[in-house]
Design a protein around this ligand. Structure first.
Ligand code: G4P
Length: 533
C-alpha cells in the first residue's frame, strides 16, 4: 500500500460522484435523468433518454422484449461532467419486474438519489431499494417530484418517508403551494426564492435572494402565500431535523428537495447540492482489509455481467467498478479468482449516448470489459499480487421460482450449459433440489424468467417451458453443526437444494415453513443474501 497520496489521484477521486437513482416506476426517474444529463452537457435535447429507452439495442431479440414492454431491462451507466465534477450515474431499471441487477448496481454506488412522486409518497419499489441502500448505509438525497400536480401535504410526505423508510428528513428546500397553486421553492440553506413557471423541458428559472423572510418583497412576489410560507418554515424549524452532513453521510438523514422534473424546476438546485454534499468514492471492504480509493495500486470489482446486445457476438460485458488507483488502457491486471494475469485492452467507458474506448479511468468510474465468460460477478482485479477479494456484492434471495422443463430431451446438455452460464452471469439463480433432478430457477423479478427463456432459445437453441413450483422464498443455510445440516437435508430433500455455486439453500414453500425450520434447527443460519464466491 502506498503511503503518500498521489496528488493527481487525490484530485480525480475527490471530484468523482458515483450514484444511482432509486424510485418506484413512474415517479419521474427517466425525466429527471434526462434533465441531469442536460445540465451535464451529455445530451443536447430533451427527449433523448426516452427515445434511448425505446430504441436502444433494437438488434437483439430479447431486447425486443424490452421494447414491447416499453421498459428498460438492462442497467446502464451514464457519465457526465458538471462544474468540476465527474458524475457517474448508474441507471437502475425502475419497473416492478426489476431484477437482481437493480440491487447489485446499488452495491456499486457511493450514494443514491431517491425520487418520490408527491401524490403517491413512498411506494413499494422504493422501499425495497432502500433496504439495499441500508445494507451499506448509502447516503441518500431525496427529490420530491411533480410538485406542479396536486399531491400530499409536504409535512405528511416527510412523515411518510420517516415512518416508512426509517430515515430522518432534513428539507433543504421548501415548496410554496402545490398543483395549480405551486409558486416555487424557498431554498432554506441559501435563503433563496425560486419562482416557478411551467415550461416543459425549459431552462432553470433564476432565483432571487431573500434572506429576511419578513421582507415585503416576499409578499410582493407571493401574495397570500407569503404568510403561508413563513408559517410553514417556522413550523419546520420547530419540528424538522436540521441538516447534519455527518448524519447524511452515515445514511441516517436525507436532505430533501422539492421540484418538478418535467418543468426542469428544482433540478439544478438539487444537482448543485448533490455534487457538493454527496461523497466521493469511498473505501471498499475486502475479505482481508479495507481498500482506500487513494491507494495508487489499481483495484476493481465486477458487479454486473451483461450479454452482448449483438447476438452475432457471444461475448459478454462485465461492468467493473474501479476501487483504487488509476486504470490505463492495455494494463495488465491480476484476475484473482482464476489466479492469472490478464490484459485489459478493450475496456469501454459508458457515456450517456455512446460507448467509447477508455484510455484512463479513476476510482468510482465504471468500465466495461468484453470477455467470453471468464469474468463472474464479484471478481476482483488488481495491479499487485496481494490477495484481495472485494465483498459486498451479494446474491439476493429470490422471490419467484419456476421449474424448467425441456421439450426436447435430447437437448439436456445445452440446457444445462445455458442455465449454468446464465446463472453465472447473474441473470437468474439456479437451484438443484437434493431429492430430485429438477432445475429450479429463482429470480427477484418475474421478468427475468422471460429473458431467460428467450435467451435459452436464441443463444443455446433450447426449447423449454416453465412450470409453477411451490417454493415461496429462499435462504442460504450454513452451520458449524453438521448434525443439524444433516437433519434438515434428510427431513426436506425437496426443499434443500444446491445453488449454482454448490451452496446449500433452503427453498421454503411458505413463510410459516421457513419460520418452523428456523425454530427446529436453531444452530443453522438462514441467510437472505449470499456473497459471490
Ligand atoms: P420513471 O422513469 O420513473 O418511470 O418515470 P418517467 O420519467 O417516465 O415519468 C413518468 C410520467 O410522469 C411521465 O408521464 C412523465 O412525463 C411524468 N412526469 C415526470 N416528471 C413530472 C413532473 O414534474 N410533473 C408532472 N406533472 N409529470 C411528470 P407519461 O405520461 O407516463 O409519459 P410521457 O408521455 O410524458 O412521456
Amino acid at each position: 500500500m502506498s503511503e503518500q497520496i498521489d496528488p493527481i489521484l487525490k484530485k480525480e477521486v475527490e471530484r468523482r460522484r458515483t450514484f444511482g437513482i432509486i424510485s418506484h416506476p413512474d415517479a419521474g426517474k427517466t425525466t429527471l435523468t434526462e434533465k441531469l444529463l442536460l445540465y451535464g452537457g451529455a445530451i443536447q435535447m430533451a427527449g433523448t433518454v426516452k427515445s434511448r429507452k425505446a430504441n436502444r439495442h433494437a438488434t437483439s431479440d430479447w431486447m425486443a422484449m424490452e421494447q414491447e414492454r416499453g421498459i428498460s431491462v438492462t442497467t446502464s451507466v451514464m457519465k457526465f461532467n458538471y462544474k468540476d465534477y465527474e458524475v457517474n450515474l448508474l441507471d437502475t431499471p425502475g419497473h416492478q419486474d426489476f431484477s437482481e441487477d437493480t440491487y447489485r448496481v446499488l452495491t456499486a454506488v457511493d450514494s443514491a438519489l431517491m425520487v418520490i412522486d408527491c401524490a403517491k409518497g413512498v411506494e413499494v419499489q422504493t422501499k425495497k431499494l432502500m433496504e439495499v441502500c441500508r445494507m451499506r448505509d448509502t447516503p441518500i438525497i431525496t427529490f420530491i417530484n411533480k410538485m406542479d400536480r396536486e399531491g400530499v401535504d409536504p409535512f405528511d410526505l416527510l412523515q411518510d418517508i420517516e415512518d416508512t423508510l426509517h430515515i430522518e428528513c432534513a428539507p433543504l428546500s421548501w415548496p410554496i403551494g402545490m398543483g395549480a397553486d405551486f409558486k416555487g421553492t424557498y431554498n432554506i440553506h441559501k435563503g433563496e426564492l425560486h419562482l416557478f413557471s411551467a415550461i416543459h423541458g425549459g431552462a432553470i428559472q433564476k432565483g432571487e435572494i431573500i434572506k429576511d423572510l419578513s421582507s415585503s418583497r416576499l409578499d410582493e412576489l407571493l401574495g397570500d402565500q407569503a404568510d403561508q410560507l413563513r408559517d410553514e418554515l417556522e413550523l419546520l424549524e420547530g419540528a424538522g431535523y436540521p441538516f447534519d452532513k455527518e448524519r447524511y453521510l452515515a445514511g441516517k438523514q436525507t436532505p430533501v428537495f422539492f421540484g418538478s422534473a418535467i418543468n426542469n424546476f428544482g433540478v439544478q438546485e438539487m444537482l448543485d447540492s448533490f455534487v457538493e454534499l454527496a461523497p466521493h468514492p469511498r473505501p471498499r471492504a475486502t475479505t482481508t482489509r479495507e481498500v482506500s480509493p487513494f491507494e495508487s495500486d489499481f483495484s476493481a470489482v465486477a458487479f454486473k455481467i451483461q450479454a452482448n446486445m449483438d447476438p452475432a457476438h457471444r461475448d459478454r460485458i462485465a461492468f467493473v467498478r474501479i476501487c483504487s488507483g488509476q486504470f490505463k488502457r492495455g494494463m495488465k491486471v491480476r484476475h484473482h479468482r482464476i489466479g492469472k494475469e490478464v490484459q485489459i485492452a478493450n475496456a469501454t467507458i459508458f457515456m450517456a449516448q455512446d460507448r467509447t474506448g477508455v484510455e484512463e479511468a479513476w476510482p468510482g468510474d465504471i468500465i466495461g470489459i468484453h470477455n467470453h465468460g471468464t469474468i463472474k460477478i464479484g471478481d476482483t482485479f488488481t495491479s499487485t499480487k496481494e490477495e484481495l477479494k472485494f465483498t459486498g456484492i451479494p446474491n439476493f434471495a429470490p422471490e419467484h421460482f419456476r421449474r424448467v422443463i425441456l421439450r426436447n430431451p435430447l437437448k439436456s446438455k445445452q440446457l444445462n450449459k445455458g442455465l449454468h452460464q446464465l446463472a453465472e452471469e447473474g441473470a437468474v439463480q439456479l437451484f438443484k433440489p437434493l431429492g430430485n433432478n429438477d432445475n429450479i430457477l429463482g429470480a427477484v423479478g418475474l421478468l427475468q424468467f422471460d429473458v431467460i427463456m428467450s435467451r435459452l432459445k436464441d443463444e443455446y437453441s433450447v426449447d423449454a417451458l416453465y412450470e409453477p413450483v411451490e417454493y415461496h422464498t429462499a435462504r442460504w443455510i450454513c452451520s458449524d453443526d453438521a448434525k443439524q445440516i444433516d437433519g434438515i437435508k434428510k427431513r426436506y430433500p425437496r426443499f434443500v437444494a444446491l445453488d449454482g455455486d454448490g451452496n446449500l439453500t433452503f427453498l421454503a414453500p411458505s413463510q410459516w415453513r421457513l419460520q418452523q425450520a428456523e425454530e427446529e434447527w436453531p444452530k443453522i443460519d438462514f441467510n437472505k443474501t449470499r456473497e459471490h464466491e
